[in-house]
Design a protein around this ligand. Structure first.
Ligand SMILES: NC(=O)c1ccc[n+]([C@@H]2O[C@H](COP(=O)([O-])OP(=O)(O)OC[C@H]3O[C@@H](n4cnc5c(N)ncnc54)[C@H](OP(=O)(O)O)[C@@H]3O)[C@@H](O)[C@H]2O)c1
Length: 253
């Protein structure tokens, strides 16, 4: 169960090697998070993340290998993770690939891979967790979306479309969970310096994984439905959404 401050004591992370997810976990372990299941496809990377969290004070960190595009296994993996924790206070979904837009858009298989990794796979996993949280009558889901899905750009429309799909799914699931005792928070970061963006030029309003983690914790404390990171992007995108298409095309980045 959550502690007296409403912070989780148990959590499952899908995409357990994600730089942003690990920053969020470090902040939560520094509070009261003690039992964690890390789910992902890279066993060695997951083991390293687990060791780091244990060194910081986590008592139990289990690792489950799972490729999020393996939809047929989603239900079993979610059940396994939930059984290990007994009660799941928090689920963080952090899987994602940026892809290589110029190359991927010419390859239907690559298009499907980006969309299934960023959108369909997470949606399947989220649906399975929603069943668990409804049964428990509590728990918070956190979904790492992106501003890239708020208004999709030609330069990265595969990633943008996949995030738009995930964001819309999460909005609907959040509504579906109302009155269940469980809740869902969508996080929309801008450009974050992580493994995903390594070697790429920072976009305006670029931020760090630690700053995103701080925004996530603040959103949890406020029970927010949507968190923008940095927060200024909320206003920026309120305006960008309304920008005429011709001007939108000419924006750099
Ligand atoms: N960095 C940014 O600028 C930014 C901005 C907005 C939103 N986001 C979102 O934030 C989330 C975390 O990103 P990050 O910046 O922390 O990047 P990251 O460190 O590259 O994390 C991405 C995670 O997705 C996992 N993953 C990729 N494909 C997978 C698959 N098929 N099955 C299971 N796991 C898979 C990776 O696992 P492996 O270790 O196996 O590769 C890794 O754990 C993503 O959803 C991303 O879209 C990032």
């Amino acid at each position: 169960m959550n502690d007296a401050m409403g912070m989780p004591q148990s959590a499952v992370v899908v995409g357990g090697t994600s730089d942003i997810a690990r920053a969020v976990l470090r902040s939560l372990v520094a509070r009261r998070l003690r039992r964690i299941v890390l789910i992902g496809r890279d066993e060695i990377g997951l083991a390293m993340a687990a060791r780091e969290l244990q060194a910081l004070g986590a008592q139990q960190v289990d690792v489950l290998t799972f490729d999020v595009t393996d939809f047929a296994r989603a239900d079993a993996v979610v059940r396994d993770a939930s059984t290990r924790l007994g009660q799941v206070d928090m689920i963080l979904v952090a899987t994602g690939v940026l892809g290589d837009q110029p190359r991927d858009e010419l390859d239907p298989e690559a298009v499907a891979r980006v969309l299934s990794t960023n959108s369909t796979g997470p949606a399947a996993v989220l649906s399975a967790f929603a069943v668990v949280l409804r049964q428990q009558g509590h728990g918070r889901i956190i979904v790492l979306s992106s501003v890239a899905g708020v208004r999709v750009r030609r330069a990265n429309y595969l990633y943008g479309a996949s995030k738009a799909g995930l964001d819309a799914f999460a909005q609907g699931l959040g509504e579906a969970l109302r009155d269940s005792g469980a809740s869902l928070m969508i996080v929309r970061p801008g450009w974050v310096a992580t493994r995903m963006t390594k070697g790429r030029d920072p976009a305006p309003f670029a931020t760090t994984r630690e700053a995103v983690a701080a925004d996530v914790i603040a959103g949890m404390e406020r029970s927010s439905a949507v968190v923008w990171s940095p927060g200024s992007l909320r206003l920026v995108f309120a305006m960008l959404r309304l920008l005429p298409r011709g001007l939108w095309r000419r924006l750099p980045g």
